[in-house]
Design a protein around this ligand. Structure first.
Ligand code: A2R
Length: 316
């Protein structure tokens, strides 16, 4: 039994995916509890050939180092900032994510957040439920979405899908990525500050990780200005959250729609208290259809890897 390459589940997974891993691949689950985990690793670490995990759990440096025969890490999601990519590269360990299949769901939520933040949909719902409309109060005027200028920070798969959707609203689109994208009709801004200065709304859709840490810093937020809005469906690490909270609380930023935070699931109390902010519990890809499509793609990567040693959607 001990020489059969093992598929290891690291962290909680979608139940249907965990079932498939168990029934089709005889996967085992790494215990979460530290003492149990250490005991499991002492007896089994050498058997593990493939680890299956999520974008937020990942396979960090210590766990990766403890698995001497690991050959692949398959991630449920598009982010891989919690997996040790440098060690993986050094050791020739393949990393695969589930890109593409979640593009539409994330773009849908980004646009929903943008509309909610500018038009105050959630705020107006609270207003009605609190009986304030019935009591004769008037809901304040909001910011029009149609015709606004939206800056997309990261014009990749999701960024483009957001731009496509917003074209239907007559929004003017501008963008910044490290490199200008060939063949798109939108103006390219050379820096995030330049993009923010030209935008009514800045939508953040770059990957997480050290290269984008606080890419949206206080200078970018200052350039967005008191009439500006921020929407973040990328990673909390991409935005200087302290600066964001400070500017929102002081009215130096008009509002924000946030699906991601610096220290999830903790949301700063100042944000909870602000009516200009729409908060989501990191659910941009969380539809039944998309989560199943992500599970299907991950399983296809696993089957392909076990048969050929390659995957369909490797991280470059
Ligand atoms: O920089 P480029 O030319 O590689 O363009 C990518 C851009 N990007 C960056 N832009 C500015 N500074 C950076 N340091 C930087 N790193 C990457 O982000 C590209 O336009 C975009 C990422 O696009 P995709 O790789 O197609 O990713 P996808 O599927 O759109 O997902 C984006 C992220 C995920 O990683 C999650 O964090 C989130 O959206 O849900």
């Amino acid at each position: 039994m001990s020489d059969i390459p093992l598929v290891l589940q690291v962290g909680a997974l979608l139940p249907t995916l965990a079932d498939s891993l168990r029934t089709e691949f005889h996967a085992e689950r790494l215990p979460d509890e530290p003492v149990e985990r250490a005991a499991w690793l002492a007896g089994n670490a050498g058997r593990v050939a493939v680890a299956v995990t999520t974008y937020n759990t990942g396979v960090g440096p210590d766990l990766m180092a403890a698995l001497p025969n690991l050959r692949a890490v398959l991630i449920f999601g598009v982010g891989y900032d919690s997996t040790d990519t440098a060690q993986a590269r050094e050791r020739g360990i393949t990393i695969a994510t589930t890109p593409g299949v979640l593009t539409d769901a994330v773009a849908d939520l980004a646009v929903g957040l943008l509309i909610d933040t500018l038009r105050g949909v959630s705020r107006a719902d609270r207003f009605v439920r609190a009986g304030r409309w019935a009591a004769g109060e008037t809901f304040p005027l909001t910011r029009e979405v149609s015709g606004s200028t939206v800056g997309i920070l990261g014009l990749g798969r999701i960024g483009r899908a957001i731009a496509d959707r917003l074209a239907g609203f007559g929004c003017a689109i501008a963008y910044h990525s490290r490199t200008a994208v060939d063949g798109v009709p939108y103006p390219y801004a050379a820096t995030p500050v330049e993009l923010a200065a030209a935008s009514d709304v800045l939508v953040v859709v770059v990957p997480g990780g050290p290269a984008t840490e606080k890419l949206v810093d206080d200078d970018v937020l200052a350039a967005l200005g008191p009439e500006g809005y921020l929407v973040n469906v990328a990673r909390g690490s991409v935005v200087d959250q302290e600066a964001l909270v400070r500017r929102l609380a002081s009215g130096e930023l008009a509002g924000a729609g946030l699906d991601v935070f610096a220290d999830e699931p903790h949301v700063p109390a100042e944000l909870l208290a602000l009516d200009t902010v729409v908060l989501q519990p990191h659910v941009a890809s969380a539809t039944e259809q998309t989560r199943q499509a992500m599970a299907d793609l991950l399983l296809e990567n696993l089957r392909t890897f076990l048969a050929t040693g390659t995957v369909l959607t490797p991280v470059p």
